[in-house]
Design a protein around this ligand. Structure first.
Ligand code: NDP
Ligand code: OXD
Length: 309
């Protein structure tokens, strides 16, 4: 049995090295190098070519290199009987939480606005909101969303979370389901999207949703680019309803050079870097699942394919 790494355009030398270090003797192929398709029962993947996996007759598991699995579930030709696993990793989770805390503080203390003023040599004091007076809403209270919400609550923000099912987290108000979305939104002065991309969540960040946020709300999208209707966001910022947005993920990555987001004064962008999987930290869970597969044991971090996450 062999492991196949499929991540076109990505340097995967550290993944290969870690897999071999942490499981000496493991046979690892990197797509598209020459390999016997019949030998492959386990693949590790990030943005595989559509339809690729149907050519592997003995494939049992595809492990996402990241927390998100939309790059796998969006393949209409993905074999029905092949299982999907995802990454759940403390380092990935805390990196993302710290990134979001930095973005929130950047917004509440007007650091981006001061940067603009600096370029114009302008000395203009902006009134700021103290953490304890700021209401933040986190969409998606999974592994990462809960960690983000908890870190924000520890920093005295007033935090709410929205998910499919109700949660019970200390100092975080829980809203769940479509029927509670409006109540969640209407008090979210900063909205953070940490949903997985599914049929239900695609395009969820749109005009209708933004209209339910308080006037002057700020939007942070670190989920997926496909959550956001891009022109709706620009329209709502230009109309003055939203104060601005910080985006780490985009429909098209890299963000095209001529995209309107680059030059928009109230939109900041980063190149999908909120948190980056560290192979050293994540390979142990991949190896564990590889061994579980060999022993016929249940896999960890299994994705519910019907749910899409
Ligand atoms: P989880 O699967 O642990 O959590 C998903 C959360 O979203 C759950 O709380 C779930 O609700 C909720 N949810 C899903 N569908 C709906 C819906 N239709 N309505 C309401 N709530 C819904 O995911 P993670 O926390 O691990 O990761 C979230 C996403 O973050 C990833 O899928 C990825 O897209 C993104 N990400 C981005 C990174 C970056 O660098 N920008 C890095 C890592 C991840 P429930 O709890 O009830 O099931
Ligand atoms: C992930 C990501 O899903 O990097 O882990 O976006």
């Amino acid at each position: 049995m062999s492991v196949l790494i499929v991540a076109p355009g990505k340097d995967v030398s550290d993944w290969t090295e870690e897999l071999k270090n942490q499981h000496p003797g493991l046979n690892v192929y990197v797509y598209p190098e020459d390999h016997d398709k019949e030998e492959v029962e386990f693949a590790v993947s990030w943005k595989h070519p559509r339809g690729l996996f149907k050519n592997y007759p003995n494939l049992k598991v595809v492990a996402s290199m990241g927390a998100g699995v939309d790059h796998i579930t969006s393949d209409p030709e993905f074999p029905e009987d092949v299982k999907i696993t995802r990454v759940i990793d403390n380092q990935l989770t805390s990196d993302l939480s710290e990134f979001v805390l930095a973005l929130v503080m950047n917004q509440t203390r007007h650091l981006a606005a001061y940067k603009h003023q600096e370029t114009e040599h302008k000395w203009n004091l902006l009134k700021y909101c103290r953490n304890s007076d700021m209401k933040i809403g986190v969409m998606g209270m999974g592994v990462i969303g809960t960690a983000v919400a908890t870190l924000l609550a520890k920093n005295n923000f007033k935090v709410s979370g929205w998910s499919r099912t109700e949660k019970n987290c200390e100092d975080i108000t829980s809203y769940s389901g479509d029927c509670e979305l409006n109540n969640f939104l209407k008090q979210s002065e900063i909205l953070i999207c940490l949903l997985p991309l599914t049929k239900q969540t695609k395009g969820i960040l749109n005009t209708e949703l933004f209209e339910q946020l308080p006037k002057g709300a700020y939007v942070i999208n670190v989920g997926r680019g496909e959550h956001l209707e891009e022109s709706d966001l620009i329209g709502m910022i230009d109309s003055g309803h939203l104060a601005g947005a910080f985006l780490d993920v985009f429909k098209e990555e890299p963000l095209p050079e001529d995209h309107a987001f680059w030059d928009h004064k109230r939109i900041s962008v980063t190149p999908h870097t909120a948190s980056i999987t560290q192979p050293k930290s994540v390979v142990p869970q991949i190896i564990e699942n590889y061994k579980r597969l060999q022993n016929g044991e249940p896999l960890k971090n299994l994705v519910e394919k019907e749910r899409g996450y």
